[in-house]
Design a protein. Structure first.
Lengths: 180, 133
């Protein structure tokens, strides 16, 4: 019997063990409850991404922070770059596109006032020749004075109706040498 | 007839034959200016010398190049045939302008372009022994 009493702890020992565990828990719990009840929420640990510098007690706008930034894998990133490059290339006008697809005047700088006047004079000279059915050396001399002031493509644009009219036999070149 | 006189006549005749042969051996075969117009394209062809020495006064053919102070260049090829029909094309294409600039008094010129347009599409400048004096 005496040996059995030695192996079995007594009631006093059990009570001391319970108190040793329960008392610290009560103390710690009380202290945490006091802190949680008196320290403002803003001063406690702020959520990630939010600043803790807002004044306490003031109404705060609720900001919903989105999910964390999506990260693309290297393969996806390369595919995205390739896609963007393709879209840009498709949107860019091709340098070797047929001329009919492009506006011939869009690439040229706008004419100055003096060039616009020269353009009008040249066109009037050509129109006069076509209206009279003859293209003379005097017409040619007048046209040459204005041609020098114009981009050569504009000159071509002006004389084209005259050339076609001569080829159709509607205008006769009466001078010698080149008509221009 | 005296034998010496007879020999002289024979010699003169032979000399005349030789001279005629030599003269015709290198004779040029100059073509006149040709202008062809269709619904699809226009075409001119002719030798500079042929037009110059033609019996009529209307034939002429040529190409001209022009440069402007702004840097642009323009060329035109034109022709009038024996019937007074005229044809003419212009171009600013640098390669065609370059070819048109090679025309000389012994050149044979060919140019072609669409009938509905004015731009030369083709210019050829050639020189050969048959078409030059």
């Amino acid at each position: 019997v005496s040996q059995a009493q030695q192996r079995t702890p007594g009631k006093g020992s059990v009570l001391r063990l319970v108190l040793a565990i329960a008392l610290p828990c009560v103390v710690v719990g009380t202290a945490f409850g006091y802190w949680a009840g008196h320290v403002p929420a803003a001063r406690r640990s702020p959520p990630p991404g939010e600043s803790a510098s807002e004044p306490a007690g003031e109404p705060r706008n609720v900001v919903v922070v989105g999910p964390s930034t999506a990260r693309l894998a290297d393969e996806d990133r390369s595919a995205m770059r390739a896609l963007v490059r393709e879209e840009l290339a498709a949107a860019k006008p091709r340098a070797d596109a047929p001329r009919a697809d492009r506006d011939p005047t869009s690439a040229e700088p706008p004419l100055t006032d003096a060039q616009l006047q020269a353009f009008d004079r040249a066109r009037a000279t050509v129109d006069s020749g076509i209206a009279h059915g003859t293209w003379t050396s005097e017409n040619r001399a007048q046209l040459r004075m204005t041609m020098a002031q114009l981009p050569v493509e504009r000159t071509l644009e002006i004389v084209r109706p005259l050339v076609i009219a001569v080829n159709e036999g509607k205008v006769h070149w009466e001078g010698h040498g080149p008509p221009l | 007839m005296h034998p010496i006189t007879r020999l002289s006549c024979i010699g003169l005749a032979a000399a005349a034959c030789v001279a005629t042969s030599l003269a015709t051996a290198g004779q040029s075969d100059l073509e006149g200016v040709q202008i062809y117009k269709s619904a699809s394209y226009n075409y001119i062809e002719g030798a500079m010398a042929g037009a110059r020495f033609s019996r009529d006064t209307s034939q002429n053919i040529g190409c001209s190049t022009q440069a402007f102070q702004g840097g642009g260049q323009l060329a035109e090829c034109y022709a009038t045939d024996a019937n007074g029909v005229q044809a003419w094309c212009v171009t600013t294409d640098p390669s065609l302008v370059a070819v048109a600039g090679r025309v000389t008094s012994t050149s044979v010129i060919i140019a072609q372009w669409y009938a509905t347009g004015a731009n030369c599409e083709f210019i050829s400048v050639d020189a050969n022994s048959k078409d030059t004096l």
